[in-house]
Design a protein around this ligand. Sequence first.
Ligand SMILES: Nc1ncnc2c1ncn2[C@@H]1O[C@H](COP(=O)(O)OP(=O)(O)O)[C@@H](O)[C@H]1O
Ligand SMILES: [Mg+2]
Length: 458
Amino acid sequence: MKEIKLHNIIEEIPEGIVLLDGNLSIQFYNKVFSKLLSYKEGSPIGKNLRTIDFIQEKQTIKDNFYSDLKERKIIKSLYYIKNNNESIMVYVFSKNIQIDGIDYTLLTIFDISSLMQCSFNVNKIEKRINYLEQKIIGKDEKIKELFKMIKLASESTSNVLINGESGTGKELVARAIHEVSDRRSMNFVTVNCSALSESLLESELFGHVKGSFTGAYKDKIGKFEISHGGTIFLDEIGDITPLTQLKLLRVIEEKTITRVGDNREIKVDMRIVCATNKNLREMVTKGLFREDLFYRLNVFQINTTPLRDRKNDIPVLCEYFIDKFNIKTNKSIKGFKEDVMKLLMDYPWPGNVRELQNVIEHSFIVCSSDYIDLFDLPLELRQFNFREIKAEVSNDHLLFIKSNKGKGVNIKPRNTLTMEKIIEVLKSNNNNKAATARQLGISRIALWKKLKKFNISQ
Ligand SMILES: Nc1ncnc2c1ncn2[C@@H]1O[C@H](COP(=O)(O)OP(=O)(O)O)[C@@H](O)[C@H]1O
Ligand SMILES: [Mg+2]
């Protein structure tokens, strides 16, 4: 085996290494140190570290650095050094050693500019993950997939088309793309394209000059200009007229806008994110949406999932909204009664997360106990529950529900009543069947049938 020279290994260590004697004169150094030092006057061996002006800091910092070294104090600190006319930050640490009974100090010098870049990136990534997880709630695989898409979209500047039913979080996604992208320090501007007439939308997007139409009393900057450097979110893009479609196409192709009533072209650079609950591709085949614009907008497509297709997320969303409304209303509601939770899981949520949020907000206004009851829910959900129960329970049970409507009785759909629950309530009512049935929200006959079914001795 060939002998490996220690010296060769030290030369290849990626940090600067320099050995100083008790007077701080250089006894040994490696390649990286000489590079960091960018010392032009031959070998620095035998030179005093102080005289070659190693660090570029204020005089007091310099003085402390050299006196600490001399006094053999341990140095572990960041300093600026001059490297070929550039100031770079290094981390210096010292180690006092003895070689053949003589004291030396070994300095190791890390160039941390690359490390800083790395931690900057880690920071950026962490920020992105935090934003998404704090704002977009859900544990379902579809949400994880959505996070991936948002991250990918945020790394590019391509136009994004978000497709999904109303209330599934399209706007939330659009904002998230902006917030985790490098454009986040600039504006995020939302325009609801279905809320305005063609001419008002045009002036909203492009701005106008004073006197360009009746009512244009002063110059107005359009949303495209406001979103310059940032992101513009065009909601309900499927609702824009053919003329607006054409104008939007021009903006994308030419990256310039002209204010209404003006002829000056203004350069704009904004990321365009659109959303729709319509099937744009189908609109294209029907001739209702320009094909060229469709392809321009649909460079990167993201689909949001209806709540009914990710029901696993209902409990976490409920928890999230309960926390949110507890803070907002200063209440301390703990959750839902079991039957309410079952209903929330069964309900098809045509209005998706927005509807769930509204239902919980409504319940907060009505609820006066720790747990939200069926009667705290909006009528629509109670009616849905009523229909569901109707399918499940016998007639006498139904009558009981009707006669108790509005009294706040805890109505349990039959299949949620477990044997344990019945025994527990029986015990708490000293085996009194009528009281037990009342508390369980079922008729005495239904209770009797249950007792028989579960073989509970009467
Ligand atoms: N996954 C989610 N986590 C938390 N809130 C959500 C989620 N999805 C939607 N929301 C909330 O529901 C409401 C509707 O969302 P929005 O983005 O306006 O839906 P869309 O634009 O698809 O109609 C908003 O208040 C939004 O904050
Ligand atoms: Mg919306």
